[in-house]
Design a protein around this ligand. Structure first.
Ligand code: SF4
Ligand code: SF4
Length: 702
């Protein structure tokens, strides 16, 4: 700027100079990338906004306090174990549990999650600048920072809108997961339609906030379109479009002012509503993910031994779980009980309990809130726990409720008879204890008695592998393989009692503890390096539950026969002499696969036998239960007649793969379930059941 003052008109020139200086400063300020908050708002409006913000925050805090009281978190601690904060952060950041079942939903939820987070962080940064930094003389919300901030918020805001639209389309299409129809024949409570309303209001509220946020930005930019606002690309384009149709200057400012209030009022209402609506899952779900005990289904809780009868019995984590459910319906979709039209849906069970909790229900949950048949229908297969994106523990909850039923004597009749049989004979078949190893006499070489002789490997037979006639053939095959490989193996003959895995899962905690104590005492008197079993249920309880009850061995000393036989092949103690050249599919037993992570070893074993292994659509951790678990094998049918049982559905699934020679299993209960299902499903002429020991015996013979 050139200063040109003529003599004689000094006063006029000084005044012109002052005006030009002010104009220059105005221009510079107008071009500095930043903006004024509460632009063109009267002081009373600013005051009102702060009052409403205070009210909204107070309601939010009060709601959170009520939740903490509801779960009794402050009194008992979240869980006797620890919170897995690191894992929760990893799961939330990567969205791994949400992506597991559906990539599109995972992507859409991540877009909404990160969009919301960035917009929330943007508002917080603005508040810090205005209320803390500026009074201290440091206004950082300008220049390059402002431009980067604007770009970041625009991109994430747009991603949030895209995610919300995708989730809206998903929800509008409905389907099994999002259909609140009940499977158990109970009337659909009016709360279920309120859930649907809640889901939609939540989605629309976020859409509204995202859309009005962009509209606000567009009107602001349309007022005078400063060049630096190009860093808000969405707003710049829409603001320019508004100017093109004549909305600019004072008119745009008027509309901006109005939109600001529409946006702010809904935003404040949204914050206040978080602890009372579906938005609650923003608080409860991450906490449930952190509290989830990954081992809880393979090691059922030791306490309370008498189980749950009322909500007051629930441990805080399980009370929190009820509100953490997002009603995504994944557990409902995968549950084999639901798929077989039995009166159980894990989603409905959680929602029934949630409704009782929010209504302050204090009485006995059974049968008012839950029907006993609902609890008895569960196979404890863990599919629901495995797919739940927010870490809800359905299996221990159902198990503890079953304990409550057993404690009250409200037991399924057939199951009660099995409990009595096990109590009196030590096995679920009611056979004399000496009969357990009668088939051993048919072997060429006798198995040593591990109670009398030290052995490398103690073979814990299990009821089904030793007392059920079809399985005895497979146990003989396994014995031949072990002897062929020169394994120093023995068993405890009539000293063995049912390990009790399914007695526990059926809810008879007292009987399970007795069985465990007896078995631990017997095994403690034996000298062995490892415990071998072909029964995944026995494997699970010996490996994961007995050590907690005083067993003097480490979990990794217990081995399933699929893993052990593969070891024998890998070390050359067994060799394949006659590859079978057949085509087959393998069924992952829930307890071996989903619960204990043994997926690859059985597959490698089968392939080494010369089998062309074809996978069923549901495989590995997504396997489908045979229907025997959790004591279901002993109970009466709870499905309406005419429905296809889980084992029959599984054989149908195998047959959908085309021509197959073998349906291959690695669990004695699967042998029983699937031999029957192959016949009853009408596929007896098309597929043959094979247990892995039989396959390997054939492949290593000759
Ligand atoms: S454990 Fe299996 S049967 Fe039981 S509720 Fe879960 S998915 Fe259904
Ligand atoms: S319990 Fe888990 S999987 Fe089931 S509906 Fe709720 S959030 Fe979804």
């Amino acid at each position: 700027m050139r200063l040109d003052l003529d003599e004689g008109d000094g006063r006029a020139s000084a005044s012109r100079l002052r005006e030009r200086l002010v104009e220059d400063v105005r221009e510079t300020v107008a071009q500095t990338p930043t903006r004024t908050i509460f632009q063109s708002m009267a002081p009373w409006e600013v005051g009102l906004f702060y009052v409403l913000s205070f009210v909204s925050t107070a309601i939010f805090v009060w709601g959170c306090f009520r939740l903490v009281q509801r779960y009794r978190l402050q009194r008992l601690g979240l869980r006797s174990g620890s919170l897995h904060i690191g894992r929760a952060v990893r799961v939330i950041v990567t969205h791994s549990w949400i992506r597991r079942q559906s990539g599109v939903v995972g992507f859409a939820h991540a877009a909404v999650f990160y969009g919301f987070l960035v917009l929330f962080a943007g508002t917080t940064i603005l508040a810090i600048d205005d209320h803390i930094a500026k009074p201290l003389g440091w206004d950082f919300w300008r220049g390059g920072f402002y431009e980067g901030y604007s770009l970041f918020l625009d991109v994430f805001g747009a991603a949030m809108l895209v995610g919300l639209v995708l989730l809206g389309i998903r929800r509008a299409r409905g389907g099994l997961r999002l259909d609140y129809a009940r499977i158990d024949g109970r009337p659909v409570s009016p709360k279920r339609s309120r859930y649907q309303l809640d889901d939609w209001v939540f989605l629309w509220a976020l859409l509204y906030l995202g859309a009005t946020g962009f509209l606000l930005e567009s009107f602001r930019i349309a007022i005078d379109r400063p060049a630096f606002e190009v860093w808000s690309p969405v707003g710049y384009v829409t603001g320019s479009a508004l100017r093109a149709i004549g909305i600019q200057g004072a008119a745009a400012n008027e509309l901006r002012h109005m939109t600001w209030w529409f946006h702010s009022l809904v935003a404040l209402a949204f914050v206040a509503a978080i602890p009372f609506t579906k938005a609650m899952h923003m608080l409860t779900s991450p906490t449930a993910v952190a509290a989830r005990d990954q081992t809880v289904s393979r090691k059922l809780p030791d306490e309370p031994a008498t189980g749950y009868s009322t909500l007051a019995d629930f441990e805080p984590t399980h009370r929190l779980d009820l509100d953490a459910c997002t009603k995504c319906g994944r557990c409902h979709e995968v549950c084999p009980a639901r798929a077989s039209h039995m009166p159980l849906s894990p989603r409905d069970l959680i929602l029934d309990l949630r409704e009782a909790q929010s209504a302050g229900f204090t009485g006995n949950l059974l049968p008012t809130v839950l029907a006993p048949e609902t609890l008895w229908s569960c196979m404890q297969c863990n599919a629901c726990v495995d797919v739940c994106p927010v870490g809800i523990e359905h299996v221990p909850v159902i198990n503890l409720l079953r304990r409550g039923l057993v404690e009250a004597g409200a037991i399924d009749g057939q199951l009660q008879a099995v409990f009595e049989t096990v109590y009196s004979s030590g096995n679920s078949f009611g056979e004399h204890k000496r009969k357990r190893t009668r088939w051993v006499k048919e072997l060429e070489t006798e198995l040593p008695d591990a109670r009398k002789t030290p052995v490398d490997v103690l073979w814990y037979l299990g009821d089904y592998a030793s007392l059920e006639p079809r399985n005895q053939r497979n146990s003989q095959a396994l014995a031949q393989l072990l002897q062929r490989a020169g394994v120093d193996v023995g068993c405890i003959y009539d000293g063995e009692r049912t390990a009790g895995n399914d007695i526990r899962r059926a809810g008879e905690e007292g009987l399970f503890r007795n069985l465990a104590a007896d078995n631990i005492e017997t095994l403690s008197g034996c000298d062995f390096e490892r415990i071998l079993t072909s029964d995944p249920h026995t494997y699970n309880t010996l490996r994961n539950e007995y050590p907690r009850l005083g067993a003097p061995w480490q979990p990794n000393q217990v081995v399933h026969h699929t893993v052990f036989l593969l070891e024998l092949l890998r070390t050359g103690k067994l060799t394949i002499n006659r590859p079978l050249g057949r085509r087959g599919t393998y069924h992952d037993p829930c307890t071996l696969g989903r619960l204990n992570g043994t997926f690859e070893e059985p597959r490698e074993l089968i392939r080494r036998c010369g089998i062309d292994l074809v996978e069923m659509p549901r495989n590995m951790s997504n396997s489908f239960c045979c229907g025997a678990g959790g004591g279901r094998i002993w109970m009466k049918e709870t499905a309406e007649p005419g429905n296809r049982r889980p084992s029959e559905q599984r054989i149908d699934e195998a047959r959908s793969l085309g021509d197959l020679d073998y349906f291959i299993v690695a669990c004695p209960k699967d042998v029983v379930m699937y031999e029957d299902a192959i016949k009853t499903s009408g596929h007896a002429d098309h597929i043959e059941l094979k247990e892995v020991s039989q396959l390997l015996l054939e492949a290593t013979s000759g």
